[in-house]
Write a protein that binds this ligand. Structure first.
Ligand code: KG4
Ligand code: ZN
Length: 333
């Protein structure tokens, strides 16, 4: 029998639905919420309302693109957490109602586990055990992945996520939200000639809030001397910010790889689109003898395909949940 899963992801500001059959992605649709650009960040209440408006059209589109009728679906999967409560509730409630109406099993999925298993949506897939650096607007983690179900967080951020570091720095420069892709673009034309102090965080954890403060003071001092400083040096400032963030990420990743003696290295999350990170990963990977893996961009950012792929491996183990399951805001359960 084929296992056909309808998956829903609504943990932050994107509403996504996907159909995954026997672990293969048949469709993956995302409704972005551009409204948050007006506010310079995700507004939880606005996100929740937009999910309510988007979820039915997105699910319909995912079914249509997959060429699937509702009756062919064997299970419904949804992101249980971590994420914004109001956003998670929309996907959770929808999935429960869908499962009840069709009398099919319900599968709850952890969003962070799903970012890691996005690497199994397509070839080439990493071999177990591998390390996964998950970097996005909400997360920064290094995870040791022993198999589909056995993962251990080796390090994570103590404050801001890597994507937030890009976005908040960009805000200081007067760039729009999200600033990550813009910093990446400007950085390509600049030189990383400004230095910011590296955070002193022991072990494999990260900290980005100090960098944000250092950039704030640096810009304030420079602007006092020359009010055109940002305008005249934008590309070099962006290159320097990007270089600092990438250096922080890769130093910890190298430390984790050496400590665990693992050379299968995967990167996931929206920040993995960053060209500076990709180049530096390639260089470091060659030096260290790594096999590196970055999924296609649509599987890096928040998407329901990764929820469906994760749910497929849970289905194989009979890991279903009841109608009484509640979302959670934090944690890797
Ligand atoms: O995974 P994602 O779409 O959503 C979550 O936050 O879960 O990641 C979005 C983050 C934003 O912070 C955005 O600025 C960052 O990824 N980002 C980038 C780039 N593309 C997206 N940061 C740096 N360079 C990029 N090219
Ligand atoms: Zn995410």
């Amino acid at each position: 029998m084929q296992i056909t899963i309808l998956a829903i992801e609504s943990s932050c500001d994107d509403t996504s639905a996907a159909v995954v059959r026997d672990g293969r992605v048949l469709s993956n649709c995302v409704a972005n919420q551009e409204v948050h650009q007006l506010y310079g960040g995700v507004v939880p209440e606005v996100a929740s309302r937009a999910h309510q408006a988007n979820i039915i059209p997105v699910v319909d589109l995912a079914l249509k693109k997959a060429g699937i009728d509702k009756k062919e679906i064997t299970a419904v999967a949804f992101t249980r957490g971590p994420g914004l409560m109001g956003s998670l509730l929309v996907g959770t409630s929808f999935a429960k109602a869908f499962a009840l109406a069709l009398d099919i099993p319900l599968i709850e999925v952890n969003h962070m586990q799903a970012h890691v298993l996005a690497h199994f949506a397509e070839d080439p897939k990493p071999d177990f055990p591998f390390l996964c650096l998950t970097v996005s607007g909400g997360h920064t983690q290094i995870i040791r992945v022993r198999d589909f179900h056995d993962m251990e967080i080796l390090g994570e951020t103590l404050d801001d996520a890597a994507g937030e570091a890009f976005d908040k720095s960009g805000k200081l420069l007067g760039l729009g939200y999200p600033a990550g892709p813009l910093i990446d673009q400007y950085a390509r034309q600049g030189q990383a000639r400004f230095e910011f102090p590296e955070p002193a965080v022991s072990g494999l954890n990260f900290s980005f809030s100090g960098l944000k403060t250092a950039i704030l003071y640096f810009l304030r001092d420079q602007m006092a001397k020359n009010p055109q400083f940002i305008e005249e040096n934008l590309a070099d400032i962006c290159a320097s910010i990007q270089h600092s963030i990438v250096t922080i990420l890769l130093k910890k990743l190298r430390k984790a790889a050496r400590q665990t003696d693992i050379r299968e290295i995967a990167v996931a999350g929206g920040v993995s689109a960053n060209s500076g990170l990709r180049e530096a990963l390639e260089v470091m990977g060659q030096k260290e003898g790594w096999h590196t893996y970055i999924p296609r961009f649509e599987y890096c950012t928040d998407n329901a395909a990764m929820i469906g792929v994760t749910a497929y491996y849970k289905y194989l183990r009979g890991e279903f949940c009841g109608q009484d399951v509640a979302p959670y805001v934090r944690g890797m359960h």
